[in-house]
Design a protein around this ligand. Sequence first.
Ligand SMILES: CC(C)(COP(=O)(O)OP(=O)(O)OC[C@H]1O[C@@H](n2cnc3c(N)ncnc32)[C@H](O)[C@@H]1OP(=O)(O)O)[C@@H](O)C(=O)NCCC(=O)NCCS
Length: 364
Amino acid sequence: MKSTITGWGKCSPQSVMTNDDLAKFIDTSDEWIKQRTGIEERRYCHVNNSDMASVAGQHAVACAGLTPEDIDVIILATCTPDSLIPSAAAHVQKKMGAINASVYDINAACAGFVYAMEQGKAFIESGLYKKALVIGSEHITWLLDWSDRGTAVLFGDGAGAVVIEESTDESEGEIYSFVNGLSSEKLEILEVPNFGSAMDRFKPDEAAKIRWTFEGPEIFKSGVRAMSNASKEVVQKSGLKEEDIDIVIPHQANLRIIEGLEKALGFPNSKMIKKVHRYGNTSAASIPLALVDAIEEGEIKGGETAIFTAVGAGLSWGACALKLKQDLKPKNTSNAKLSDFNGTAIDTIMKAIKYQIPEKLEQI
Ligand SMILES: CC(C)(COP(=O)(O)OP(=O)(O)OC[C@H]1O[C@@H](n2cnc3c(N)ncnc32)[C@H](O)[C@@H]1OP(=O)(O)O)[C@@H](O)C(=O)NCCC(=O)NCCS
């Protein structure tokens, strides 16, 4: 049996945080951020992660011409769930009304969506389930340390989703194969240490004092290497040649990382999908968000052979080779959206600013 992507959808919260907005309370500038990362703005979420995930999921399900009740399994890739018990996916099942789905979260950090897609493919091709909803959704601004300019400027919130079903005809496309893995010798270069059972939860304010371990230049080098190795391997594993690849959707962490990957693969600029300027790094949501935008903006026209590749904390990494379906016209649409919000992006993080950098309040 073969499987393929039959629907796609996204949720991008309405509050926009520009680089100039960030410079009001972080010692940074539009020029520095653009030059080092290519990021121009990002979205901040005023509700919970599962709200974004369920909106993206509803769009994907409608696009596939299905109803939420048709979905057999929801796999939600996230490292910022609303709650640990139950999973964020449980909230998504409730919010979408996907009452027949078994659901769970997976956490492979920024590589989570590629990991989750592999499971979606396995479920469909084993015959265990017929319709899988794979979501990447992150409320990463909730986890940021606003006193750390080296990380705070890089991230944004969002969600993207795809539906995976059986493919019975060549025109429906095919998910070929995956090369996913993790290099734990690099575990310490990107961590939010002790946030979990390793935390002393009876120490006052312990959770509020979260600090990131983030070796930017080392993540940069390891990230390019991991994504290019996984991409080359997955091309081979799928019985393809590099010239067969029409597009690459890499994890959208930093424009310079994407350009590094482009060089390592020897691919022309036109093959690389780049949306990082718009969203910043949205972790597990970045690939499906870029996929949906590239389809909606006509960069992807249908029938392309593609690679999705990502890298994240762990150091988790992965790549998937697939053929997209020929006809990308959505079968149906959904009017799902987030609740209205009249505040600014700064308002969505005001509590954190008051706690972590109270001295900056008067500058805002
Ligand atoms: C984080 C990153 C943009 C930093 O770029 P860089 O060119 O490596 O910059 P460095 O970390 O060497 O820092 C250079 C200088 O900029 C400063 N700086 C860091 N953040 C800054 C900010 N937001 N604004 C202004 N200056 C900043 C540093 O303090 C340093 O100053 P110094 O030379 O006086 O000490 C880059 O390393 C990167 O993108 N890495 C990958 C990170 C990532 O995306 N991870 C997630 C993967 S899932």
